[in-house]
Design a protein around this ligand. Structure first.
Ligand code: RRO
Length: 311
């Protein structure tokens, strides 16, 4: 029997595949569709203190090799998502979920997390340190000092299971420095990667999305090698209590297999879910199971992190 079940912290999931934050997760209706699919969980759209309309459209475009977006953090406000995951948490037999959050300033982030700390929600929270698309707001996790400051403050009051969503890093020294920062904290997971920030896609003689003169985050096939490198770099560097969620370029069972081989405990699907809809979870799960069966692997532990090197 082949199983794709997994665990993040104390939470069990029957399947390691789920949506990536930002895709199919803006409303209760979309979240319910993912919940009803073969996905093992869902993560909400990143919620801010107040609801946001986001950037002007067009702000998401599919391309031959993936997608580009500059959504600008449109969301219903974090309370909307907090209420929904709390409601589901109290239903017997419910899957476990992930609540994605961030403030537009450190103060806002602390206000949000203090509210979650005081709430009935006991599940996983993902703090998004890597939104590339709010004009004038740099990606927090590229600033190691700011990241250290925020997490130091967070863990003075936050005692529930917390992970962070990271942008891609591109230099070995940055992998070392980032891991040194995250290893200082009782994080349950890091999620690698958010979109590759500030790419530019051109059609004929024009950009294809309206915000930021066409600059936006890349997802899909473009980003898989970068995602795998980040998953594996953090798998090599983080203390064993910090698990890795792998996100980026997952469209097939083979892609999910590679993320797990690099060290991922859970695998998220973004662009391909946007393109194919929640039925993708059944297809990718079946493809992953077929690869595992062919190789004689029964569980994810049989091959997680066991990437081969060339001596
Ligand atoms: O809403 C967005 O523009 C967005 C976010 Br918050 C994010 O974390 N990653 C992304 O590609 N887009």
């Amino acid at each position: 029997m082949v199983s794709t079940a997994t665990q993040i912290g104390d939470f069990h999931f029957d399947n390691c595949l789920m949506n990536a934050a930002g895709v199919y997760c803006m409303t209760r209706e979309e979240l319910a569709e993912v919940d009803a699919s073969a996905a093992g969980s869902f993560v909400t759209k990143t919620g801010t203190l107040a609801a946001r309309a986001g950037n002007p459209e067009p702000r998401y475009v599919d391309t031959d090799l993936g997608s580009i977006n500059s959504m600008g953090l449109p969301n219903q406000g974090f309370q909307y998502y907090l209420e929904y995951v709390t409601e589901l948490q109290n239903q017997p037999g419910s899957k476990h979920h992930i609540l994605s959050l961030v403030g537009l300033s450190p103060d806002e982030t602390h206000t949000i997390l203090k509210t979650v700390q005081a709430s009935d929600y006991e599940g996983l929270v993902e703090l998004n340190l890597s939104c590339p698309n709010v004009p004038g707001k740099p990606q927090i996790a590229y600033d190691f000092e700011m990241t250290t400051e925020i997490l130091t403050e967070v863990f003075t009051y936050y005692t529930k299971p917390l992970g962070v969503k990271l942008p891609p890093y591109f230099d070995i020294v940055h992998f070392d420095q980032a891991a040194e920062v995250f290893n200082q904290f009782p994080l349950v997971f890091v999620n690698c990667i958010n979109s590759i920030g500030n790419g530019l896609v051109i059609d004929d003689e024009s950009v294809v999305i309206k915000p930021k003169q066409g600059f936006g985050g890349l997802g899909g096939d473009y980003v898989k090698p970068t995602a795998l490198a980040n998953v594996h770099a953090f798998y090599q560097r983080l203390k064993p209590s910090i698990q890795i969620i792998g996100t980026g370029g997952v469209r097939t069972g083979r892609d999910a297999f590679e993320h797990i081989l690099c060290g991922a405990s859970m695998v998220q699907i973004g662009t391909a879910l946007q393109q194919e809809g929640p039925a993708i979870f059944e297809r990718v799960t079946a493809e992953l199971q077929a690869i595992m069966a062919e190789k004689g692997y029964e569980t994810l532990e049989d091959f997680r992190g066991k990437l081969n090197y060339i001596d």
